[in-house]
Design a protein around this ligand. Structure first.
Ligand SMILES: [Zn+2]
Length: 505
């Protein structure tokens, strides 16, 4: 998956030459609790509008919020995984603003005493480990969702509000401005997403809004320590968009500065369609939130024993798992990185590797075929956790291929079919007659047929183009519908054609 983005990033430097970018991220993660943060309403995604609401999350007068214990635990889990200090005493505040996505006209958030602070997350960038500081992680509530009658608010005759999402628990994670390139920002977000997945605190689906990212970016000359004027980019809704939006903004700012202009501190929105950032209404840039302490929720006083219990329950996190898999199965760093991105994928790999004993072969199949099959059927790697039989299918395909009973290409096809139908690979191979043909008489007949049908290839082979033999072998594979043993075909082909001639030209 990252190969394409990486190739693209290499096409031109992601920060204009002669400049250094200073980037900080603000990330919102929806917590995967069953009920909302201050009431008992369901948080299920995709229900009909306004069917999961009550007086509390609608902000009706007289209703009282009650803090969801699970949301607190998830936030503490996230904070601990990000190496934060967990506050022994935290409180909630009302962040006041007037907008219809928020019926109370304030959001219950945390201001001066957040639940977690002063942490970090390490991310691998080009083989080096970069430590990115985490300023704070705090709990707050999600807002409702506005649905405009047309694509833009300006052109709409009316707007509707869906409050199902209102009150879903969120954590906001704020980083230090420690990131230096758009690529680093994307890698950081990928790592953070993996960590949240490992912790099981969120499904972190950017397309469903359960992971969102705003980014601050400014430029300065390398070696300078003072910060330049920053802009904030909002509405970044995919991992790819993080890199694209920041790259666009870096080049835009450089052009302004190199023209002798000044950067205006403002909020800009990322527009996916045009691939540009555009200024948002200035109203959003000069907000005064007027925070007040929330009187209806008692302050949180977490004792050390509680925090310690949560710490003990943390799973092995992606960075540690990568190191372990590299050690245990001699995986290259890239393989470990791909496989450990999702805990279910890593679990699948580990089960198959411990059955097959050859980690690199299993990793090739997992990175290539398993991810391809999931992608083609639109499934998330998480589905692997509920499919222990797929481990068996993969191991059986590896056995059939290594015994020479089927070719690797047929193996890929068989694997896909066994995932889909649930039938064992062995059974599919027998039912569809996919066993490799090793019978020399049959192979020789195909070889001669290929030679006869392709005189041009034969001529260029004899003229010295040895690679023409590969083309002829390919023709035999076609004739055999992929079932010929390619190694034997290659030998027979060379025997029939003789040594390639040497070109005199
Ligand atoms: Zn409710």
């Amino acid at each position: 998956m990252p190969a394409q983005a990486t190739a693209q990033a290499q096409a031109a430097p992601s920060v204009p030459p002669g400049w250094e970018a200073v980037i900080g991220l603000e990330i919102h993660v929806e917590l995967a609790t069953e009920s909302k943060i201050y009431c008992g309403c369901s948080t299920r995604f995709g229900a009909p509008p306004n069917t999961q609401v009550c007086p509390v999350c609608l902000g009706l007068p007289g209703s009282l919020p009650v803090l969801n214990e699970k949301a607190v635990e998830y936030a503490v889990r996230a904070g601990l995984a990000l190496h934060c200090r967990i506050a022994p005493y935290a409180k909630f505040d009302r962040k006041n603003y007037f907008y219809p996505d928020l019926p109370k006209a304030y959001q219950i958030s945390q201001y001066d005493l957040p639940l977690c602070r002063d942490g970090y997350l390490e991310v691998e960038v080009g083989g080096r480990t970069r430590r990115v500081g985490i300023i704070r992680v705090h709990l707050e509530e999600e807002t409702g969702k506005l649905v405009h009658s047309t694509a833009t608010i300006a052109g709409s005759r009316y707007s509707l509000v869906d409050y199902n999402r209102s009150g879903v628990p969120l954590i906001e994670i704020v980083t230090q401005p420690d990131l230096r390139t758009p690529e680093e920002a994307r890698l950081f977000l990928e790592e953070l997403r993996s960590v949240m997945q490992y912790l099981g605190v969120s499904d972190v689906k950017m397309e469903e809004g359960s992971l969102r990212c705003d980014a601050n970016i400014s430029l300065r000359r390398p070696g300078e320590t003072r910060l330049g004027t920053k802009t904030e980019v909002k509405n970044i809704n995919s991992l790819r968009a993080v890199e694209r939006a920041l790259r666009y903004e870096a080049y835009r700012q450089a052009a302004v500065l190199e023209d002798g202009g000044r950067i205006v501190q403002e909020t800009r929105g990322w527009d996916e369609a045009s691939g540009t950032t555009i200024p948002m209404r200035s109203k959003e840039t000069v907000q005064d939130y007027r925070y007040f302490p929330e009187p209806d929720i008692p302050p949180l006083a977490l004792d050390e024993a509680y925090v310690e219990r949560v710490r003990q329950s943390l799973p092995e996190l992606p960075a540690a798992r990568r190191r372990r898999l590299m050690e245990q199965w001699q995986l290259p760093a890239y393989d470990a990185w791909v496989i450990c991105q999702h805990p279910a994928l890593a679990g699948f790999f580990e089960q198959a590797a411990s059955r097959w004993k050859d980690g690199k072969t299993v990793s090739n199949w997992v990175m290539g075929e398993v991810l391809r099959i999931l992608g083609a059927s639109g499934e998330e790697p998480g589905v692997l956790a509920g499919r222990p039989e797929w481990v068996e299918h993969l191991v059986e395909v590896l056995r059939l291929v290594s015994a020479g009973r089927i070719s690797a290409n047929v193996g890929k096809e068989v694997l896909e079919e066994s995932f889909k139908s649930g039938r064992a690979p062995e059974e599919i191979v027998r039912a569809r007659g996919l066993e490799q043909v090793g019978d020399e008489a049959q192979l020789l007949a195909w070889v001669r047929q290929a030679i006869e049908a392709n005189p041009d290839a034969v001529a260029s082979y004899r003229a010295g183009k040895a690679q023409a033999a590969g083309f002829l072998v390919g023709q035999v594979m076609k004739l055999s519908k992929g079932k010929a043993n390619p190694k034997t075909v290659g030998e027979l082909m060379r025997r029939e054609l003789g040594e390639p001639g040497t070109s005199s030209s």
